[in-house]
Design a protein around this ligand. Structure first.
Ligand code: PGA
Length: 249
């Protein structure tokens, strides 16, 4: 087991109801029973907003941090029907928020809006998981790094506390598709991200896109990957736990 802290972040997307809290608690139970694993891993569950408070209240987990999957750019309250602010997320127990996910970018969320969302989240002392990644078309045109670079630069303000920003590299073509990048490509991209966006120290950078219990070993040979943002497979406690187990095998 490596000494470096590894992140396993579940992104439940728009799935889950009150009954799914039992699944979340299975993960809690597993982590609680594994002292060694706990000291090397950070487990974050980014649940739907409707479940964050219930999880916090029912399970009082010391070992699992909670996150949300998006927030409005206005920090507190406003006439924005259907939206939830970073203040409201913080208030119900979120410590993290995923921002800039490609499933939101595709509906028109710009880098500029993402920047405002990051600012509001940081102001509320939420840690941000900023998703970046290229489409298949951009990959084929060999634009992967320039796309990522632009997404990062355009959404980070000069005064942002980058210690509270985690980057998640999620190639759009890998999300939910069962396809994953080649190991040598990941090595290069992670090195470039870490080198180019270094402030006092290199950023924490996660990989996301079709991570599952079978392919997780492919990633453990890339030391620059600090952890994973896991979508589909994270909705089943067994699959999520198997990913963690197999990573350390
Ligand atoms: P996936 O999703 O693991 O289902 O590919 C990852 C994500 O969208 O964060």
């Amino acid at each position: 087991m490596t000494n470096k802290l590894k992140y396993f972040v579940a992104n439940w997307k728009m799935f889950g109801n009150l009954a799914s809290l039992k699944s979340a608690n299975k993960i809690n139970y597993y982590i609680s029973s594994k002292k060694k694993l706990r000291s090397h891993s950070k487990i974050i569950l980014c649940l739907p907003n409707t479940l964050i408070y219930f999880f916090k209240k029912n399970f009082h987990s010391k070992f699992i941090s909670l996150g949300a999957q998006n927030c409005h750019q206005d920090e507190k309250y406003g006439s924005y029907t259907g939206s939830v602010s970073s203040y409201m997320l913080k208030n119900v127990g979120a410590k993290y928020v995923i921002l800039g996910h490609s499933e939101n970018r595709i509906t028109g969320e710009s880098n500029n809006v993402i920047k405002k969302k990051i600012k509001s989240a940081l102001n509320q002392n939420l840690k941000v998981i900023l998703c970046v990644g290229e489409t298949l078309k951009e990959k084929n045109k060999k634009k992967t790094f320039s796309v990522i670079k632009n997404q990062i630069i355009s959404s980070l303000g000069k005064k942002f506390n980058t210690n509270n920003i985690i980057i998640a590299y999620e190639p759009v073509w890998a999300i939910g598709s069962g396809k994953i990048p080649k190991t040598n490509k990941l090595e290069t991209i992670f090195k470039l991200i870490k080198k180019n966006f270094k402030h006092k120290k290199a950023p924490v950078v996660l990989y996301g896109g079709s991570v599952n219990a079978k392919n997780i070993r492919n990633f453990s040979s890339v030391p620059d990957i600090d952890g994973f943002l896991i979508g589909g497979a994270s909705q089943s406690p067994k699959k999520f736990i198997d990913i963690i187990k197999n990573y350390y095998k």
